[in-house]
Design a protein around this ligand. Structure first.
Ligand SMILES: Cc1ncc(COP(=O)(O)O)c(C=O)c1O
Length: 383
């Protein structure tokens, strides 16, 4: 990066936004020398429960949350789960971790979210569940998802890794009566606990199972851990995992939640500024949405007739602008590829999407600089 031409250094695509609050909170956990799952984890869960008005089980990652939620709904070997191909590998891996097969579905061209009609076409007698993904923080059409789920008796596990703080039909994602929703709190998410995730639901069966399965299946061990203890004598009836959250992680999450209002406002402001800056450019499609309900986790543009995206990304990096591609379609990966499978919209859109920097530590001048640089460079990369 020696030849960097940016007055701003490198503007990162995404990053954690950390303050003295998080640093002090971690120090106080370290000072107490109880780093595992204990009172901070319980407090983080309680804070999220108040916010979402649902029960929350904190775990080690968003992937762990999805895996445990599916397992708790008895998804397993020989079964199929519908999922959009345009998602992070984690959605697919969580499904295959249960022994079930992820069935890749197409997306809608105007929202980039799951095409529920395409999902319906892929239902077989093995289909037991559907995993909508609120891609970049924009909610899926959950009314359609639940209609489909009802018609075919499917379980629904929402991958809300991108959607913390977003609302659908006036209700926060995760607060719906019927939902089993999984969040991620990894380092770049809307709030972070370093790594981490949460299962959010009021389904008592799911809650009972995941509270135990995050701690190797030991019954009611969560209650002991909250008290700084552990269960010494136990029997185990089911497969479990070491998927619990640690106090260090929860301490970060607690402080991040206190700052979430400002994170939310900042993400919305950045997205609106990008929207406005690209308005006059016919080559760039911005998916402008009503951000009053949405916390934009990613900012994705589609550059029509784009070619050599990698070269464009390299050139942008020379100008100090990191970009991303969310995501390489999962149905094209060797592990999940099926012969002659084609997802028309996903494959058409994928080569043209580009994710631009969005996180709470970017300022207006940097957003302007990014937009202007893209507006002036992309002509070289259009067919
Ligand atoms: C859509 C999606 N699903 C699931 C996950 C998994 O979350 P984690 O990284 O916390 O395991 C992520 C995280 O990047 C994601 O973007």
């Amino acid at each position: 990066l020696e030849e960097i031409k940016s007055p701003h250094g490198v503007i990162r695509l995404s990053k954690s936004s950390l303050s003295l609050l998080e640093k002090n909170a971690v120090m106080s956990v370290l000072d107490r020398e109880f780093l595992g799952m204990g009172r901070e984890v319980q407090e983080f869960e309680q804070i999220l429960e108040t916010y979402l008005n649902r029960q929350v089980v904190a775990v080690a990652s968003g992937t762990a949350a999805l895996h445990l939620a599916l397992e708790a709904l008895n998804v397993g070997i020989g079964m199929e789960v519908l999922v959009p191909s345009l998602t992070y590998l984690a959605s697919f891996q969580a499904i295959s971790a249960t022994g079930a097969t992820p069935v890749a579905c197409d997306i809608l061209e105007d929202t980039l979210n799951l095409d529920v009609r395409d999902a319906e076409k892929k239902i077989t007698n093995k289909t037991v569940a559907i995993m909508p993904v609120h891609y970049r923080g924009v909610p899926c059409d959950m009314e359609e998802v639940y209609k489909l789920a009802k018609k075919y008796s499917l379980k629904v596990v929402e991958d809300a890794a991108h959607a913390f703080g977003t609302s659908y039909n006036g209700r926060l994602i995760g607060s719906d009566d019927k939902s089993v929703t999984c969040f991620s709190f990894d380092g770049i998410k809307n709030i972070t606990s370093g790594e981490g995730g949460g299962i959010v639901t009021n389904d008592v069966n799911v809650l009972k199972k995941v509270r135990d399965s995050r701690l190797l299946g030991v019954k009611n061990d969560s209650d002991q851990r909250y008290l700084g203890k552990r269960t010494w004598t136990f029997d185990v009836m089911s497969q479990g995992w070491r998927y619990h959250m640690s106090n260090i992680m929860a301490a970060i999450g607690i402080e991040q939640f206190k700052r979430f209002d400002s994170f939310k406002a900042k993400r919305r402001k950045i997205a609106l500024q990008y929207d406005a800056s690209f308005q006059g450019n016919n080559h760039i499609h911005t998916y402008s949405i009503n951000y009053s309900d949405v916390v934009p986790h990613l900012y994705v543009i589609r550059i029509r007739n784009l070619q050599q995206r990698d070269l464009l990304r390299e050139e942008l990096l020379k100008y100090g602008i990191e970009t991303g591609v969310h995501y390489y379609p999962n149905h094209l990966l060797s592990l999940y590829k099926k012969k002659e499978e084609k997802l028309k919209i996903t494959e058409k859109i994928y080569p043209e999407i580009l994710s631009l920097p969005i996180h709470p530590d970017i300022n207006d001048i940097e957003v302007d600089y990014i937009a202007q640089t893209i507006n002036s460079l992309i002509y070289k990369y259009i067919r």
